[in-house]
Design a protein around this ligand. Structure first.
Ligand code: HEC
Length: 105
C-alpha cells in the first residue's frame, strides 16, 4: 500500500514538471542565445516572463522582427533588450509556436 502511494506521488510530480518544463527543441534555442538568463516561465526577471510574452500573441514573423529589432517602448519599466540579429526564422518559429501553446497550459 505504501509503495502504491509513493508511486502515485512520484507519477503526479513527474506530470507536473513535464507540463511546466520547456520542450527540448525550445530549450535548445533558449540555450543557444541565452534567452533564459533574462526570460523565465512565470517570473519577471531582466525581461518579461514567457507567459506575459505569450499573452501578446505575436505571429512568428512579428516576433522575429521584435527579437532582431526590439521595441523597448512595448515594455515600459524594463531595460531595452539587446537585438539578437543572428537568430533564424526557423528558430523563432519554434519559440513562437510554443508561446502560442503556452496560453492553453
Ligand atoms: C539580456 C537579457 C535578454 C536576453 C538574453 C533576451 N531578452 Fe528578450 N527581452 C529582454 C527585455 C528586457 C525585454 C523587454 C524590453 C524590450 O522589449 O526591449 C525583452 C523582450 C522580449 C520580447 C518582446 C518584444 C516586444 O516588443 O514585445 C520577446 C518576444 C523576447 N524578448 C524574446 C526573446 C528571445 C526569444 C530571446 C532569445 C533568443 C531573448 N528574448 C533574449 C531581455 C532579454
Amino acid at each position: 500500500m505504501r509503495i502504491l502511494i509513493i508511486c502515485t506521488l512520484l507519477f503526479g510530480m513527474r506530470f507536473t514538471t513535464l507540463a511546466q518544463s520547456v520542450p527540448a527543441p525550445v530549450k535548445a534555442v533558449f540555450d543557444k542565445y541565452s534567452c533564459g538568463s533574462c526570460h523565465v516561465l512565470d517570473k519577471r526577471m531582466v525581461g518579461p516572463s514567457w507567459r506575459e510574452l505569450s499573452a501578446k500573441k505575436y505571429s512568428p514573423k512579428k516576433m522575429a522582427k521584435l527579437i532582431r529589432e526590439p521595441k523597448p517602448e512595448n515594455w515600459p519599466n524594463f531595460p531595452p533588450m539587446a537585438p539578437i540579429t543572428h537568430i533564424s526564422d526557423a528558430e523563432v518559429r519554434v519559440v513562437a509556436d510554443w508561446l502560442g501553446r503556452l496560453q492553453k497550459i
